[in-house]
Design a protein around this ligand. Structure first.
Ligand SMILES: *[C@@H]1O[C@H](CO)[C@@H](O)[C@H](O)[C@H]1NC(C)=O
Length: 191
């Protein structure tokens, strides 16, 4: 019986190669196991997120807003490239950047400097140690009035390939005069 098994495997391989010779095919069932590391590991990340909307070098800029709005309110879209640092000070070691967009998705936001519920669509790209070049994608609600905001991690690249998890954010410091907001992030990633 035992010698039948290699024959079957050879047959499968031959079938696989002969049916995939054409280059123009959109999808195929793969006999290869894609590069998934097992077992899964959990990584906890901790950093500070600096959102700087004003000044000489803003890292957050309004890219769209409804015509009837003068400042920030429902419908405002902001593009960001915010620094992520190890400690809370801006001068602290840079560990990555948060690049992407957030938009005011709460109807109860007023036409003032305040916001209510943001839709965050951002990529956290890291630059340190084994995380250099790897990223985490976040898509979720950020309710500003909550003391702690939770956002889902919907994917990742590099060491974070196929990531899942969640990010918890808390305001560390907010200056209403400059608009600069520093948030503390605790991120739990399964990857
Ligand atoms: C991260 O990777 C980039 C590109 O490979 C490299 O230029 C840079 O020096 C690396 N940074 C650190 C801190 O290792």
């Amino acid at each position: 019986m035992a010698h039948h098994i290699p024959c079957k495997l050879l047959f499968l391989c031959l079938t696989f190669f002969t049916t995939t010779q054409t280059q123009a095919h959109f999808a195929e069932e793969s006999l290869e196991i894609c590069e998934i590391k097992t077992p899964q590991q959990t990584t906890k990340l901790h950093f500070y997120f600096h959102d700087i909307p004003n000044g000489k070098n803003p890292t957050a800029v309004i890219i769209a807003r409804p015509a009837n709005l003068k400042t920030v309110g429902f419908g405002t879209l902001v593009m960001i490239d915010d620094p992520l640092t190890e400690g809370p000070e801006t001068s602290s070691k840079l560990v990555g950047r948060a690049q992407g967009m957030y938009g005011e998705a709460g109807l109860d936001s007023s036409d003032q400097q305040d916001v209510s519920s943001l839709l965050m669509t951002i990529t956290l790209s890291f630059t340190q140690e084994k995380f250099n070049g790897s990223s985490i994608s976040i898509l979720g609600r950020y309710r500003v009035s909550d003391e702690q905001r939770e956002m889902p991690i919907v994917g990742g690249t590099g060491v974070f390939r196929l990531a899942r998890g969640y990010a918890l954010a808390k305001t560390y410091k907010y200056d209403p005069k400059t608009g600069v907001a520093v948030s503390e992030y605790n991120v739990f990633v399964l990857h």
